[in-house]
Ligand binder design. Structure first.
Ligand code: SF4
Length: 260
C-alpha cells in the first residue's frame, strides 16, 4: 500500500492552506522578481510546491542539489518535472576535485565515522553547490514544515537566512495528511521511495525507512543524536529549542510494520 492510500486525508483547513501557500508564493515571486529560486530536494513537500508554482504560473526558478549520492528514484524526478510542468530544473553538482580528494582521504563511508566528517561531506556535496545556486538570488523557497522535526517546530513562512536572503516555507503549517491529499488531488509526481516508508529522503547512504511512531526525520543520519540531524542547509539560531515531538502518524487504513 502506497503513501497516498496510507496518509492522504482532506482536513478541514485544506482549502485554506492551499490558498495561503499560493499567496505566500505569489508575494515572494512579486517581491523578488527574477531573483527567487525554489531549492527543491525533490521530496514530496517540494513536489507539492513545484505543482503550486506551476499551477499559478509564477516566475520562480527551480534548482536542485545533485550530490552524486542520491537514489536513482530521486534523480529520475528531475526529467519528470520538465515533462510534467515544462520547467527546467537547474542541477548543481559538487566540485569533482573536492569529492575525489575527500573520498581519497577519508573513504566513501566517512559520514558514519564522525559528525565532523559527515558535515564535511555535506559541506562539499550540498553547502558549496547551494552557494552557487544562490548566487545573484535574494530569496529561496523550501519545503520545510513545522511537523517534520523538533528542530523545525517553529519554522516561519518567511525568515532571513544567515546570508540575509529571504527563506520562504509556504507549507510551514501543512500536515502530512494535507501534503498527501494534495498529491492525490493533483496527481503530483513523487519519489516512489516515499511508498517504502521514507518520509524524508536525502542521500542514499544517509537515509533509511522508518516505522510508525518514529520521528519524521528518524531515517536521516539515524546513527547520530537527534540534535545533529540537519545538513547545514536549514540551521539557524533557535531551531533546537522547541520540545514538540513530531512523529510518523498511524496510517488511516492499516498499520505498517517496521521496515528497517
Ligand atoms: Fe554526504 Fe550523507 Fe551529507 Fe549526502 S547526506 S552529502 S552522503 S553526508
Amino acid at each position: 500500500m502506497g503513501a497516498i492510500a496510507l496518509y492522504a486525508r482532506k482536513t478541514a483547513r485544506f482549502d485554506a492552506l492551499v490558498e495561503s501557500a499560493t499567496r505566500v508564493l505569489r508575494e515572494a515571486a512579486r517581491d523578488h522578481a527574477g531573483t527567487i529560486v525554489q531549492g527543491t530536494s525533490l521530496g514530496v513537500e517540494d513536489m507539492v510546491i513545484t505543482d503550486l508554482i506551476a499551477r499559478a504560473q509564477l516566475p520562480i526558478a527551480l534548482g536542485t542539489l545533485e550530490t552524486g549520492m542520491l537514489h536513482e528514484q530521486t534523480v529520475a524526478l528531475i526529467p519528470r518535472i520538465k515533462d510534467r510542468y515544462g520547467i527546467d530544473v537547474e542541477v548543481y553538482k559538487p566540485q569533482t576535485d573536492a569529492v575525489i580528494h575527500f573520498v581519497k582521504t577519508h573513504g566513501d563511508r566517512a559520514m558514519y565515522e564522525s559528525i565532523d566528517l559527515r558535515k564535511a561531506c555535506c559541506g562539499i556535496r550540498k553547502i558549496e553547490p547551494l552557494g552557487r545556486m544562490m548566487e545573484g538570488r535574494t530569496a529561496w523557497i523550501t519545503g520545510l514544515r513545522r511537523e517534520q522535526s523538533d528542530n523545525r517546530a517553529e519554522v516561519p513562512f518567511t525568515e532571513l537566512d544567515a546570508q540575509g536572503r529571504t527563506k520562504v516555507a509556504p507549507l510551514a503549517d501543512w500536515s502530512w495528511a494535507d501534503v498527501w491529499h494534495y498529491v492525490q488531488l493533483h496527481d503530483v509526481p513523487y519519489n516512489p521511495l516515499h511508498d517504502e516508508f521514507m518520509p524524508s529522503i536525502g542521500c542514499a547512504p544517509c537515509t533509511r525507512a522508518i516505522a510508525v511512531g518514529e520521528p519524521f526525520r528518524a531515517g536521516r543520519w539515524w546513527w547520530e543524536d537527534a540534535g545533529a540531524k540537519e545538513c547545514g542547509l536549514h540551521t539557524s539560531q533557535g531551531e533546537d529549542d522547541d520540545p514538540v515531538v513530531s512523529r510518523l502518524p498511524e496510517p488511516a487504513v492499516s498499520m505498517i510494520g517496521d521496515r528497517r
